[in-house]
Design a protein around this ligand. Structure first.
Ligand code: C5P
Length: 208
């Protein structure tokens, strides 16, 4: 049983994916973290994230990097969004994600292209969205908790830029799979969004 959870930054997809994995008792992969590790490793080793060769070389990042707290920062999110436009980078990360998706017993993966490219065969596909205002407010709260100081307007502008880059790239753009179920979390709190996602996933599994 593969569950694909796609959507833009700060839509709530990560929280929902983790809760679905716990509910169904299967492992979860945050695929954004892989792109974040590539972007961070590339910049840290002096590479230019806009250069396909440098970004592709950074796909051989050390595994221990995945535990680095700096990967979660807004700055690293920007680097991730830049390396993710290179088809070579996407190809280098493809097999790892597919193998995770197809492990016996199933898995939950969240990202941008899980339902369209990584696991088009997924039995459950959720596309999680929320208004830019709702996403910016969530991101702002998360950042305040981490001690990062950003203005709401700055975060909104950054979300717009990231969405635009993710939606308009030629390779695996951020788009809902035709058979994905849309879940708008703008007006839902954390628990309500999780409950709705579980209900939708169970309904989709029953229909299969
Ligand atoms: O989800 P998260 O904000 O951690 O993702 C960081 C960036 O990585 C995204 O803006 C996107 O450009 C890229 N990404 C992607 N495909 C995925 C997951 C993330 O292109 N499956």
């Amino acid at each position: 049983m593969i569950i694909a959870v796609d959507g833009p930054t700060a839509s709530g997809k990560g929280t929902i994916a983790k809760a679905l994995a716990a509910h169904f008792g299967v492992p979860h992969l945050d695929t954004g973290l892989l792109y974040r590790a590539v972007g961070y490793h590339c910049a840290r080793t002096g590479g230019d994230v806009n250069d396909p060769a440098a970004a592709t070389a950074a796909c051989a990042f050390p595994e221990s990097l995945l535990a680095e707290p700096e990967l979660r920062s807004e700055a690293t999110g920007g680097l991730a969004s830049r390396v993710s436009v290179h088809p070579q980078v996407r190809a280098a990360l493809l097999e790892r994600q597919r193998a995770f998706a197809r492990q016996p017993g199933g898995a939950v993966l969240d990202g941008r292209d899980i339902g369209t490219v990584i696991a088009p065969e997924a039995k459950v596909k959720l596309f999680v969205t929320a208004s830019v205002a709702a996403r910016a407010m969530r991101r702002w709260n998360e950042m305040r908790e981490r001690g990062e100081d950003h203005t709401l307007a700055g975060i909104e502008a950054d979300l717009h830029r990231r969405d635009e880059r993710d939606r308009t790239r030629a390779e695996a753009p951020l788009v809902a799979a035709p058979d994905a179920i849309l879940l708008d979390t703008s007006a839902l709190g954390r628990d309500a969004a999780i409950a709705r996602a579980i209900a939708l996933a169970e309904q989709a599994l029953r229909a299969h």
